[in-house]
Every structure is written in structure tokens, then in C-alpha cells.
Design a protein around this ligand. Sequence first.
Ligand SMILES: [Cu+2]
Length: 144
Amino acid sequence: MKSIFNTLILFVFLVFLSACSPSGNLSIQDSWARPGFRGDNSAVYLTIKNLTDQHDGLIGATCDVAGGAEIHLSKMDSSGTMTMERQDLVEVSASEVVQLAPGGLHIMLINLSKDLKIGDTFPITLEFQRAGDITVDVEVKQGN
Ligand SMILES: [Cu+2]
């Protein structure tokens, strides 16, 4: 009888462990956007930490405060001009940290539906191949 009880305790413990398992997830940190006026564009920057052991990829974004949200990569072309290229996929390998930062990757907010003022916050939803949709709050800050 005692061993059945012990088995039961072990079982409950294992269920508890798996429910609360710190096996890692995909975490979005330090999200911020540049201020902008209604009708203009802005850009969102953030850090993606893939704390899982599986490959993932950012494939899109949606945002209520803009007509469109696209993943862009800023690049210097051969004549020294900064250009932006739309990206269909940003790979985030297992245990990798990917930064969307000024001068590189960003999420372009196209045709803002309202003014974005310093101190404002708004939600953005990021779409990942494996993790699905993740919504985070973005703070409007003066960038450098
Ligand atoms: Cu852009």
C-alpha cells in the first residue's frame, strides 16, 4: 500500500514538474519604437532570445497603430547609400539571440494610424514559424 502511495506522489510530482518545466521559450525583450506622426513610418527594434532547443524563425508582424508592418534589413549599398530590403524570414536558431537594432534588422511600421509620442506604448504581434504568435508591448523612445 505504501509503495502505491509513493508511486502516486512521484506521479503528481512529475506532472507538476512538466507543467512548470523551465525548458525555455522564445522571449522578446527590450522592444522599442521611434516616435512618428500619423501617416509617416516608424521602426520597431527588439531582441529575440530563443531559449528552446529548436530552430525558429520570425516570419511576420502585425500592429494596430500602422497600415502595415514589414520585416526590413537596412544595408549600405555599393555607393554608400542606406537601403532597406524586405525580409520574409529572420532565422532564430536554438539558443540564439537575434537583435533587431538601428542600422540592421527592424520591423517597419508603414503609414502610422496615429502619432507615436515618446512614452506611448502599443502592442505588436510577432509571428514565428514554430512558436506562433507572440504579442509584446512596445515603448516609444527617442533612438540614437
Ligand atoms: Cu525599414
